[in-house]
Design a protein around this ligand. Structure first.
Ligand SMILES: N[C@@H](CCC(=O)N[C@@H](CS)C(=O)NCC(=O)O)C(=O)O
Length: 325
């Protein structure tokens, strides 16, 4: 794959100064090595047209526990798309290569595109499949009121990140499990890197999300406000957040985000690439907050449970013969 070729090339570049220093090479030899590196890089660019790597048409880059990933994964599953999921070790992409997940890689002929950010990915899916015969993509149409609600839901997704990390980061084992150390689908070197780099990653997480008792309290307040809003909407229209009978992608996004703490059985569409953390294994303070939300927002919770039960139709691991996540 071009990505791997570029990685090997980058490693060569980083090692060049060491090679020159270690072997005391002359300026002329060093210049020859630079020319070689440039030629190599040019050949990688040419290879896209001359010797294209075999890559899947659609690849979804993920981590094992991510509600933003689940939002996109569910929409792709609902469209009935065939795609390959490539899970990475949690937090590694963000802090070492500046990439968040979900990230959709699209391969069309010689062209490879990469789309990050769940709203942008959903806009692409709508644009690409909205007119495809045999695919029902109406649930993805980005009407102004859907987009507005999606923005609120995405902020809920971020508040949930603050909430999750406030509780989890003190528990090394649980955090590492959420990041995929027990998932055979995550490359072994990344699982090792996660264990090694955990202290650094934990510091970066605390800093990036400004984790503190104060930010946690603020996140809980905003999560409760969102759940209260959803409760009110469902009281007015029990079937769908934006009224009427038909659900759309905002219902799925809301369910995917809430599924992070509710952990319904079909979370992740039953895929082994998605890690579920059973509630009984969570820290007591985290469980207490979950139980309070369940008690206070019964409609908001029931909507998620119903959507997972009735709409997340991918087979469960036991049904599909996969190992349980
Ligand atoms: N605005 C982004 C947010 C995505 C995001 O925050 N993803 C998290 C996982 S939930 C992430 O990439 N974390 C870094 C990582 O694990 O590498 C979106 O809508 O996709």
């Amino acid at each position: 794959m071009t990505g791997h070729r570029l990685l090997v090339h980058a490693a060569f570049l980083y090692l060049l100064p060491l090679v020159v220093a270690t072997f005391g090479l002359s300026v002329a030899t060093a210049l020859a090595l630079v020319a070689l590196a440039l030629l190599w890089r040019w050949l990688i660019s040419l290879s896209v047209f001359l010797a294209p790597a075999r890559v899947p048409e659609l690849e979804l880059q993920t981590i094992t526990a991510s509600h933003f990933v689940e939002k996109v994964r569910w929409c792709m599953d609902r469209l009935g798309l065939e795609y390959t999921e490539r899970p990475a070790g949690g937090a590694l992409g963000a802090f070492f290569v500046g990439r968040t997940v979900p990230c959709l890689k699209v391969h069309t002929g010689a062209v490879r595109s990469s789309i990050g950010n769940s709203p942008e990915i959903l806009r692409y899916l709508w644009g690409r499949y909205g007119t495809e015969p045999g695919i029902d993509a109406a649930f993805l149409e980005p009407t102004p009121e859907r987009v507005q609600l999606e923005q609120r839901l995405d902020r809920y997704g971020v508040d949930l990140q603050v909430w999750v990390y406030f509780h989890l980061q003190a528990d090394r084992d649980l955090t590492l499990r959420a990041w995929g150390v027990d998932s055979p689908q995550v490359p072994a070197w990344q699982r090792r890197a996660l264990r090694l780099a955990f202290p650094v990653l934990r510091r970066l997480i605390r800093h990036a999300f400004r984790i503190s008792p104060r930010s946690h309290a603020r996140a809980v307040e905003k999560i409760a406000a969102l759940l209260a809003d959803v409760e009110g909407r469902l009281q007015r229209s029990p079937q769908a957040l934006l009224g009427g009978e038909a659900i759309d992608y905002t219902d799925l996004a809301y369910a995917a985000f809430t599924g992070l703490w509710l952990q319904p059985e079909r979370y992740g569409g039953g895929k082994a690439t998605a890690t579920r953390l059973p509630r009984e294994e969570l820290p007591p303070a985290m469980r207490a907050e979950i139980e309070a939300w369940i008690a206070n927002y019964p409609r908001a919770v029931a909507h998620v449970e119903r959507l997972y039960r009735e709409q997340r139709l991918a087979p469960l691991p036991a049904e599909s013969g996969e190992d349980a996540p």
